[in-house]
Design a protein around this ligand. Structure first.
Ligand code: ADP
Ligand code: MG
Length: 239
């Protein structure tokens, strides 16, 4: 069963850039799809349209059959984590996570329960009182992930969440995120230009170029039979 359906979605920016070009994709319930491609291939624009941060020029996006194409972000069942975590640095970790729940008028004890559960899930149990600027880069990205998850989105959208971290930490967080994603069975779109990240995390990979799909398949198939110079070149460097 597909949960998220993207149908012939395009985005033109003023000046004529066609960032996303009649792009279609069905994502199954609980699936993690990596959008992989070189810089400028339209990955972020596509993700931002699913999250409601960019308005499609044409096309249709549905979640569970409901047309969400032009809904504002707060009315979508999506949660997005950006490349730069954009935490509220004047608030502690707990308040960063509680903020969205308060807007939804969630009760105090329920907020505490939910925040504690999600901090535990991302490996930050006991960090509620910390100021976010006192945390390491990896911990801050875990808070950003927790801030999305605490609102229990149906679709999780991650845009190069580890781009600013070092290789070792990237690999660790990649495993953690995959583990959390599978435990929650949360449908996820993960944007990356890192071929190793996509090959190791995804259920399916969409290789993008110029706003279109160049190849879409399971990682093992993409690995054995890369149909794009972007992936083939990378695999060449591994062998
Ligand atoms: P990626 O995330 O794959 O690097 P983007 O979606 O950020 O690609 O960008 C795709 C194309 O759209 C690029 O040519 C980029 O310059 C252009 N673009 C992205 N955002 C804007 C914007 N706000 N205004 C104009 N052009 C943009
Ligand atoms: Mg991008």
């Amino acid at each position: 069963m597909s949960v998220l359906k993207i149908s012939s979605v395009s985005k033109y920016f003023p000046g004529g850039t066609k960032a996303v070009d009649s792009f279609s994709l069905d994502v199954a319930d609980g699936e993690l799809v990596c959008l992989l491609g070189p810089s400028g291939s339209g990955k972020s624009t596509l993700l931002r349209m699913v999250g409601g941060f960019e308005d499609p020029s044409s096309g249709l996006i549905t979640i569970d059959g409901e047309d969400i194409t032009h809904l504002p972000p707060e009315r979508r069942p999506t949660g997005m984590v950006f490349q730069s975590h954009a935490l509220w640095t004047h608030m502690n970790v707990f308040d960063n996570l509680a903020f969205g729940l308060k807007l939804r008028r969630t009760g105090k004890s329920e907020i505490r329960e939910k925040v504690e559960a999600v901090l535990d899930l991302v490996g930050l149990a006991g960090y509620g009182e910390r100021k976010t600027h006192q945390l390491s880069g990896g911990q801050q990205q875990r808070v950003a992930l927790a801030r999305s998850l605490v609102l229990e989105p149906k679709i999780l959208l991650l845009d190069e969440p580890f781009a600013s971290l070092d290789q070792h930490l990237r690999e660790r967080l990649r495993e953690e995120v995959r583990d959390i994603q599978q435990r929650l069975k949360i449908t996820t779109l993960f944007v990356t230009h890192g071929q190793d990240e996509a090959l190791s995390m995804a259920d399916r990979i969409v290789v993008m170029r110029d706003g279109r799909t160049e190849q879409i398949d399971r990682p093992d198939v993409v690995y054995r039979n890369p149909q794009t110079p972007f992936v083939a070149g990378f695999i060449g460097t591994m062998n």
